[in-house]
Design a protein around this ligand. Sequence first.
Ligand code: ADP
Ligand code: ASP
Ligand code: MG
Length: 426
Amino acid sequence: MARIVMKFGGTSMAGTERIRRVANIVRKQQAGGDEVAVVVSAMAGETDRLVNFCREANALYDPAEYDVVVASGEQVTSGLLALTLQSLGAKARSWLGWQLPIKTIEAHAKARVDTIDAPDLIASLERGEIAVIPGFQGISGDGRVTTLGRGGSDTSAVAIAAALDADRCDIYTDVDGVYTTDPRIVAKARKLKAVTYEEMLELASVGAKVLQTRSVGLAMKEGVRVQVLSSFIDDNATPADDLPGTLIVSDEEMERIYQEGDMERQHVTGIAHDKNEAKIILTRVPDEPGSVAHIFEPLAKASINVDMIIQNVGRDKGETDVTFTVPQTDLARAQALLEDKRDEIGFNRIITDSKIAKISVVGVGMKSHAGVASTMFKSLADRGINIQAITTSEIKVSVMIDEDETELAVRVLHTAYGLDAADEAA
Ligand code: ADP
Ligand code: ASP
Ligand code: MG
């Protein structure tokens, strides 16, 4: 007998028909003798709809009330799944974030899980009940509803799995695993049998939204075994243990998988893109010690994340241009803050551009293999794609390009690194 946390995303929960499918998958898992806790998302599109209501009600909405509104989508689906399971003869009940409770710290709308009280939940599982837990929501120290940031149900699932000391956390979504790139963009994307925590963390943080970045960080910290798989399987499929999803594993487990000859080590594991950043250029900034600090201090204080940064070579007059990226949602705020500090920083003009994309190639193989970056630059140049900025980490190279060239760039690189599905058969 194993203890399994199963998480179902928005597409899997979209409507009572699909919830019935989910209920059947859950029942089957339990029938195999496992203890099962289920974490659910709101129906697809529901959270967007709720966010829009908040914006319409008050453009400068209070994040605490925003959380009250947006957390409701998951309350609906958790109740509906419990009802459906009961209709199939299972013992099931919902556990809302405040009932467990899932205590969170930090800001509303982007809270972090602090502690989860598991004893009542464990007792319920041991009585053979299926626990249905709404993802995305928790409760703050002062007793108010919080949410974990968009895509946060993945993090709820991993946190519950850690609290329950579960054998595995299965993330059911609308694709059957983690692919070498978004399979909706590149038809030749290939499903990966396994990815390391480190690689998945990088892939998620640079735009592969199949898992929320925080959920991967938490799984790595807590040693939770995560599997990504599809809920759109035929009704006769076997339980998850035999489903060919993607496992997110430690480096050691990955070594074992390679040694068993199940996989060939590639230098690049995957490619991701992100269209949600915007570029800011400050022209004619004084080229002297401290001027860059003057730019980034106010942004840091306002919790605006700066990603790529380039400073041009200084001109004759002791001036330089500084280019960097911020999340598009923070662009207006960043611009206003910088305008405020115009005299202190001493720049001439602010130029902004939201029509940019970041393309990243990720792979632990890069640690020991040179030439990954140069392949990237050459492949993009051959297709006339201009690189506006570059950043690297130990296992990642990212470039900024024109947003219109995103799909082309991802496809070109996917082929250049030998990741196309057809290559496997060759
Ligand atoms: P859910 O609602 O189940 O949480 P999401 O929409 O958040 O699902 O994540 C699943 C989606 O992630 C897929 O439909 C796919 O388009 C996208 N995606 C992006 N990159 C990848 C990748 N490398 N592998 C698989 N899916 C990816
Ligand atoms: N419903 C939330 C969202 O759409 C959380 C989730 O689905 O993971 O962001
Ligand atoms: Mg998601």
